[in-house]
Design a protein around this ligand. Sequence first.
Ligand SMILES: [Zn+2]
Length: 417
Amino acid sequence: MADLRLITHASELLTGQGVRAREGRHVTDDDLGRIEDGAVVYSVKGRGRLGEIPGRIEWVGPTRDLPKRYLKLRARNLRLKQAVVPGLVDCHTHLVFAGDRSEEFALRCAGASYEDIAARGGGILATVRATREASAQELLELASRRVNEAWGYGVRTLEVKSGYGLDWETEKKCLEVVRLLARRFPEVAFRSTFLGAHAYPKDRSREEYLRELLEQMLPEVARKKLAQACDVFVDDGYFTREEARRLLGRARDLGLQTKIHADELGDTGSASLAAELGCLSADHLLQISEEGIRALACSETVAVLLPGTAFYLKARHAPARALLAAGARVALSTDFNPGTSMTLHLPAVLTTAALYLGMSRAELFAAVTYNAARALGLHDRQGTLEPGQDARIWVLPFSRFEESYYRFAWAPAAGAR
Ligand SMILES: [Zn+2]
């Protein structure tokens, strides 16, 4: 039993068993699977830079019910001071990029418009420029620091999108960095998503770039297995519904899963398109219509809400309550990116969602565990603490899960893992 680990006397242990039973819809406190004075036994495959490389969950229950066969394991006794929950899943990030846009934020706060900022060389194209210029090694070092930070907030699974290259060389470089991250941090589960369709580059015509995406980039991404999914930014001035339909149809034919940045700046009907195409997720949804809400609720597609973005842009929040009431599966994520949500603090996103989206404790929990895993197609192995599941575990620095978002934007103690 050398590779088994035992944690005892967790102040509360949330298994999320009921969330899985409900497949992430209409969850209530009863679905949290709350165990007071909980224990968990799990296997590990070794140790990485940040923490244990997870094996499987062997047993979960109240400490007093621990089976005799585990009594000889050395226990990590949490003395009823720390809670244990499934490792958080950040299912929508733009983790790999270079450049510094803090000056732009200062300008924006001083009243500069997006056009003013773009005219001074800022905005997404500033990140594209810096990312094109950076070496793979530089991008890897920048991204590694970010992974380290996310780990401190309980994140054990990270989705990473490309999309700051807008040319094949850089898109490929960024996706390869995700592969290097996965090697460097085997304790974290990574999923990479190809988002070549993030915006149209300025150095080619629309037709040229679309053709390149369809005929060159997507087939290469699939052939080299550089990503598990393909995402398209559908909005006015970006990609149209019809272009998304073509791109995602091609992606699906090549064996990739699909996602859409949907209904963020305007209602483009792209949430409905995501439901129709059977996408894993439709993300953002600030401007989703009634029809879009109904379409998502009746589909398997996860509604991924990113309230950090609305907070950062002082925009209207997504209609979370309407989505939840209709029966949609709702996940929450940071949307970590240098323009509209420069944070990896997933618990702070929960604070925002609790206050501005009106989500309950059970809904928040499901949104960063099971439903977020579902938005990545990983829900068979992740998102709950049940025997047989991956042992992705977060031992909180707090005695209750809700303290992780009641304390707004807390910092992990140095060395605490
Ligand atoms: Zn995004």
